[in-house]
Design a protein around this ligand. Structure first.
Ligand code: GUN
Ligand code: ZN
Length: 448
């Protein structure tokens, strides 16, 4: 069997609620044993060495291994248009996004970008993602084929938008066409290898009542599929939704009325929710995707992480790059923005809480934590090997003593808090030494 020896960090509980030192598992000299696509054993190196003979060992001294990152909200058709200048959400959609996504009518183009997208995720340490596609069914096939070739776990679905005026006419689908195509795609992809299907109305502003009702019907007919959408991202968007759906008490209620809000529902952004909406999300068991890079880049607002993480009514939170509105695929950079959003809200986001969001937190938010998100034996061997000294500034920080008072972060391992916070505050894809999916190194691609 194969094994990786290095330092390891993962989570056995949610550090937002449990004591950090109880939630974090840090093994300074550890090993992860891989059998096929799964984790067979995990622990301190001397124990692993004693339990297993003849391991085929890859040793990464001075590296920190984390469970593969989980991006709970990203748009693969926007790969090419990352970092588009100067607009807020609605103008950004019209000016850059729909013209770019129209190109996915062409299957060859969709295949090319799906491959590029997957490779960018892996180079950023992301091994699982919940992904938006386009209104063109072949763009969904292109994505699932690309992730399957790499053995990746992915949640995705046809991304519906049928309201005239909300996108160029040639981009729109219809409520019935969306229903028919979604059914066929569920039959083709849901549960095949590591593919999971999400019924995906793009956002309330883009769907008619008929299309949202079709989403509810799909969910009633396929209760085990996921639901992925956007919600309450931008003030102008929210005002238009209120005008179009006067019968709904708020944005969330548009989705509630369609019968699609439940445990496998993820609302991307959720920047502008009142307490009542947070309470209803918690009661439904629904999740949110926190997309700080995007929320800053498009000037959408400051997500209230502390409201999602209220002990009385917690809402599971994953992290989303939201590329192309987010300007990085790498969740380390997204966490840097998460930290700063928290700071602007008078909050502190510790390194451990941050890394939880990017790993087990995301897996839990997507109800995939039985398969991924930590080093528990039996889970898929999806992990990322990180270099805390990847850049000159990271190296000089890593080699400096932790500042006095660093114990304030509270994992109980002051030097690990220091190293981990260096990754969060300074890290990016240069810190990714290698990425493994289902026990195989997929980045960098092994030569020969
Ligand atoms: N709302 C509807 N579509 C989109 C999108 O593509 N990106 C973001 N950030 N918000 C959206
Ligand atoms: Zn988005």
């Amino acid at each position: 069997m194969k094994a990786i020896r290095a330092s390891f960090l993962d989570f056995v509980d949610d550090p937002f609620f449990a004591e950090e030192r109880a939630a974090v598992r840090y093994v300074a000299d550890g090993a992860l044993v891989v059998d096929g696509d799964r984790i067979a054993d995990f622990g301190a190196w001397p124990d692993i060495a004693a339990r297993h003979r003849a391991l085929q060992l890859a040793h990464f001294p001075d590296r920190l291994v984390l469970p593969g990152f989980v991006d709970t909200h990203v748009h693969y058709p926007q790969t090419e248009m990352i970092a588009a200048y100067g607009e807020r959400l609605l103008e950004w959609l019209e000016r850059y996004t729909f013209p770019t996504e129209l190109r996915f009518r062409d299957r060859v183009h969709a295949d090319r970008i799906a491959d590029r997208f997957c490779d960018l995720l892996l180079a950023s340490g992301t091994t699982t993602a919940q992904v938006f596609t386009t209104t063109f069914p072949q763009s969904v096939d292109a994505l699932f084929e690309a992730t399957s070739r790499r053995g990746m776990c992915v949640v995705a679905g046809l991304t519906g938008i049928d309201r005239p005026g909300s996108a160029p006419p040639e981009y729109l689908d219809t409520a019935d066409g969306f229903y028919r195509d979604s059914k066929a795609l569920i039959a083709r992809w849901h549960g095949r290898e590591r593919c999971r299907y999400a019924v995906t109305p793009r956002f309330a502003l883009g769907s008619t009542r008929e299309q949202l009702a079709r989403c509810g019907q799909l969910l009633a007919e396929h209760p085990d599929v996921w639901v992925n959408t956007h919600m309450s991202e931008n003030e102008a968007e929210i005002a238009q939704v209120a005008a179009l759906f006067p019968e709904a008490r708020d944005y969330l209620n548009v989705y509630e009325r369609a019968g699609i809000v439940g445990p496998k529902f993820t609302a991307g952004h959720a920047v502008h929710l009142d307490d009542d909406a947070w309470r209803r999300m918690a009661a439904a068991g629904a999740s949110v995707s926190f997309c700080p890079a995007s929320n800053l880049f498009l000037g959408s607002g400051l997500f209230a992480l502390e409201k999602a993480k209220r002990a009385a009514a917690p809402v599971p939170v994953g992290l989303g790059s939201d590329v192309g509105a987010g300007n990085s695929f790498c969740l380390l950079r997204v966490l840097d923005d998460a930290y700063k959003v928290a700071a602007l809200r008078g909050q502190k986001l510790s390194a451990m809480k941050a890394l939880f969001l990017a790993t087990l937190g995301g897996a839990r938010a997507l109800h995939l934590d039985r398969e991924i998100g930590s080093f528990e034996p039996g889970k898929f061997a999806d992990f990322v090997v990180l270099d805390p000294r990847a850049t000159p500034v990271m190296a000089q920080r890593a080699d400096s003593p932790p500042p006095a008072g660093d114990a304030a972060q509270g994992s109980g391992h002051a030097h690990v808090d220091h190293a981990a916070f260096g990754l969060v505050a300074l890290g990016d894809d240069r810190a990714v030494t290698a990425t493994y999916v289902a026990g195989r190194q997929v980045y960098p691609r092994p030569t020969a």
